[in-house]
Design a binder for this molecule. Sequence first.
Ligand code: IN0
Length: 413
Amino acid sequence: MGSLRAILKHPDDLYPLVKLKLAARHAEKQIPREPHWGFCYAMLHKVSRSFALVIQQLDTDLRDAICIFYLVLRALDTVEDDTSIATDIKVPILMAFHRHIYDREWHFSCGVKHYKVLMDEFHHVSTAFLELGRSYQEAIEDITMRMGAGMAKFICKEVETIDDYDEYCHYVAGLVGLGLSKLFYASGKEDLASDTLSNSMGLFLQKTNIIRDYLEDINEIPKSRMFWPRQIWSKYVNKLEDLKYEENSVKAVQCLNDMVTNALIHVEDCLKYMSALRDPAIFRFCAIPQIMAIGTLALCYNNIQVFRGVVKMRRLTAKVIDRTKTMSDVYGDFYDFSRMLKSKVDNSDPNANKTKEKLETILKICRDSGSLNNRKSYIIRSEPRYNSTTIVVIFIILAMLLAYLSATRPNNI
Ligand code: IN0
């Protein structure tokens, strides 16, 4: 009922949503026949949503390499995340993971739900990895080695300073950027991007996740996961978990805004990275998560809900996937979300000037790109007005879609 109300409130969301559902159905039906590739793509669909769809548009070689890269990293992450594994067992696994991917016999049981299946049946991932071209394998091996060592370093180390925060994010996300740039280069479709710009692409996504997931991470059982740097939160509270208590709401929002302001540092590099991409499918693959990230930051900024429940950009996801085609779309969306952010800055916030300065820089880059003219924003817009015919059409489309989806439900793999 909630989604029906949302569609009636924003009827133009319906078309991209239907398109996305159909594309997801189509992608799931196209899962390859060989058991190891079938497992890998089916797993990718289970552990990610938009990512699995966007990857679908890449050429086969590169798509296979990125699919395996993603699953290897998810497996590494599953080991890092599993708090039931003792440190003396975990550290050697993380350090040697880059060798395990060459070994069809290797597996280590940990994690829950889909991640447990991924770990138990990891031989499918290594079998597929061994079929990739050598340059793809080398890039994946190198990043897995560096990420495993970085994760091991942070098992016994807290994120104290902003430098620690950047270092941790480099290991778990910046390196993903470096790895993807190498894969794009190995495909022959892109020049090799600089490490600094590639790193920023990952940091911007990861910092957004860390901000958005505060409550989920702090409430993690048996042990909280803490990624917000002490150097930032200690300006507002004595303990990181104090941010979730109602009596600290004002301080919590100020701390949140400080974290968002820190994340905005990376936007300039991200725009530079994306503007240098040439292949349209690679461009979309990179741009969609970045737009989702700036949208999430705009939603989280000054929003106490981050400390109370889930804050996600669900409504706009289908539209972002549908409408992101060129760099002009990226400048347009970054412009709109930065304006939205700017309108939420309260002058009494301790970082108000710093935040506005960063936003001004982003707005200027978008304006100077010369691509903002004659565009219709789907982010900032007025409430819909419609008559009874529109409502009837919406209901007919919804009924047809429901009928189609239930008639074509693919078998589980
Ligand atoms: C990613 C990134 C990713 C995609 C494209 C270009 C990138 C360039 C540099 C660094 C990372 C890049 O994208 C995914 C997106 C994703 O998984 N989204 C989830 C939704 C969500 O909210 O988590 C989905 O369900 O679709 C991403 O978040 N990460 C990632 C991991 C591996 C690869 Cl190969 C690419 C994770 C992370 C930690 C941010 C790097």
